[in-house]
Design a protein around this ligand. Structure first.
Ligand code: TRP
Length: 516
């Protein structure tokens, strides 16, 4: 399962369990390294993935551009190449520089009630870049996807603990974990698909579904004729979640769904379609967003192609090449682990890049590149120099494996302890606040080069919507549309009526034809 793979222990599929030679397999539901002739699982080959998926590597030039636009150092996870590839990342930076805002979108498939350390790292990245850009963020919990996937995997049979209700419960638990990472409720909307799907979102879903044929879906995801149709069509939901027009409420515009049915919210809010989106995700999600990017501009209200910034998978305790299992509690640090569990897991299970004996280690030195304790430290230590020194001293044999592990244990214990404290304060009320569709508050780039085009984005007029969205384009302040728009809408309505009439006539004529 992909979401497991994003976390500490990539799930290893059947092929690998059977230890037969096999190519690396990466898709939203499987992540497995190549298996060689002797049955060893190799580390994932990311250069090949970049080529296979046709995505771009994140380069030094991108990091510099990021620094220029945000005025802050590039995020450590970009500097350390955990986030290593992208699509149109430069374009989103340009847009932000000029117009001052975009929508950040990420998500999680809630496949169990507790999250690993590994699952939290991409969210930390998202949180920290949200702070740098000061933009709205939506987090989608795909409880529906996990249900459909699980049932499909079980060949249609219904297993205990795997009903829609169960995945919704997992979503709630995961949402609390995500909130405990420190997101700002003013700028962040988190939702479960089972709870939120409807309104403008669902209209986008429907429109998107109409643009994907079965052949295209199975081409992108490898579906077969026995795949349940829910899983086949699910992708439309994960795709249109990148469209700001799926969430008018977040931009202070009305949706129309019950209970407070708002006539004004029936219309689509055209101006929202122009806000671009950046999606931080693990690279296994790329097939979704390839389909999305191919169709965004073909929506009735065209949306720009969303930009992507993609990460590698996090290393399991056993290291990049070892046999890893999602169901093995010893392969991952859970956010619910006690300080002692963290210590003993790292000490007993973390793959070491050190030598067998102290004497050898002092003489030959260790290899930080495959050392799991060092790798985890690289996710958390902000200071490049400190990290570089650790690596150097490890290579020189000056630092022993035990010392590297002790440092890692200390960092992780602190991180998990702080997390737990915040998790305890996430009451049901706090969770509900994040899940309530409401106008988000954000400033974005305070000095956009073309402020005219981003009018309103500053929030100074109380609106979170860019050019025209709160005014003309979105149908006027009252949401009813400008005169011209109302006129155009009336005309369009008339035209549609006429067409429907024609169609009905044609059908009648068909029916009247004698059967052949
Ligand atoms: N499908 C993802 C998973 O299984 C969840 C998800 C939904 C997601 N939308 C996303 C992940 C956007 C990254 C970005 O984990």
């Amino acid at each position: 399962m992909a979401s497991e793979a994003v976390g500490a222990p990539p799930a290893v599929n059947k092929e690998v369990d059977e230890r037969k030679p096999a190519k690396q397999k990466i898709d939203p539901w499987n992540v497995a390294g190549e298996v060689d002739d002797s049955g060893n699982v190799k580390a994932i080959d990311y250069d090949r993935l970049i080529e296979d998926f046709g995505v771009q590597p994140l380069t030094q030039a991108h990091l510099e551009r990021f620094e220029k636009v945000t005025g802050k150092p590039a995020h450590r996870l970009m500097r350390r190449k955990l986030f290593f590839s992208h699509r149109d990342f430069d374009k989103i930076l340009d847009y932000y520089e000029q117009h001052g805002q975009f929508l950040l979108y990420t998500g999680r498939g809630p496949s169990s009630g507790s999250m690993h350390l590994g699952h939290t790292v991409p969210f930390l990245f998202t949180k920290e870049i949200q702070e740098l850009f000061d933009v709205p963020l939506v987090i989608m919990m795909t409880d529906d996807e996990k249900f459909l996937y699980t049932r499909n995997k079980n060949e249609g049979s219904m297993k205990k603990g795997a009903a829609p209700d169960d995945f919704l419960d997992y979503a709630y638990e995961n949402i609390k974990d995500i909130i405990a990472l420190g997101f700002d409720p003013k700028k962040t909307f988190i939702y479960s698909d089972y709870e939120f799907m409807g309104g403008h979102f669902y209209r986008n879903v429907s429109e998107f579904e109409s643009m994907v044929t079965y052949n295209q879906a199975s081409g992108a995801f490898g579906f077969g004729e026995s795949t349940n149709i829910g899983l086949i069509s699910f992708m439309a939901k994960q795709c249109v979640a990148a469209f700001p027009s799926s969430y008018p409420e977040l931009f202070g515009l009305p949706d129309y769904r019950a209970p407070d049915f708002d006539q004004a919210g029936k219309r689509r809010h055209k101006a929202l379609a122009s806000i671009p989106c950046l999606i931080p995700c693990a690279i296994d999600q790329e097939p979704y967003f390839r389909v999305l990017r191919d169709r965004s501009e073909r929506m009735v209200d065209p949306h720009p192609k969303p930009a992507l910034i993609m990460s590698k998978f996090l290393t399991a305790l056993q290291g990049p090449g070892g046999k890893m299992s999602a169901s093995d509690p010893n392969s991952a640090i859970f956010m619910s682990d006690t300080p002692n569990q963290i210590k003993s897991k790292i000490n007993k299970h973390a793959f070491s890049g050190g030598q067998q004996t102290e004497e050898e280690h002092r003489r030959l030195g260790g290899n930080p590149d495959v050392d799991v304790a060092f790798t985890y430290l690289s996710y958390f230590l902000e200071d490049d120099k400190e990290l570089e020194d650790l690596a150097k001293q490890y290579r020189a044999g000056e630092i022993l494996t035990g010392e590297m592990k002790a440092k890692c244990v200390g960092e992780l214990q602190n991180f998990v302890a702080a997390f737990k404290e915040r998790r305890d304060s996430v009451t049901p009320e706090v969770m509900r606040e994040f899940m309530r569709p409401r106008k988000l508050e954000f400033v974005g780039n305070p000095n956009p080069i073309k402020p005219k085009a981003a009018e309103g984005a500053s929030g100074s007029n109380g609106s979170a919507v860019p050019s025209g969205a709160a005014g003309e384009g979105a149908g006027g302040k009252d949401g009813r549309g400008t005169k011209g728009e109302r006129k155009a809408a009336k005309l369009a309505e008339k035209k549609a009526e006429k067409e429907a009439e024609k169609l009905a006539l044609r059908q009648k004529a068909e029916e009247a034809k004698p059967e052949v």
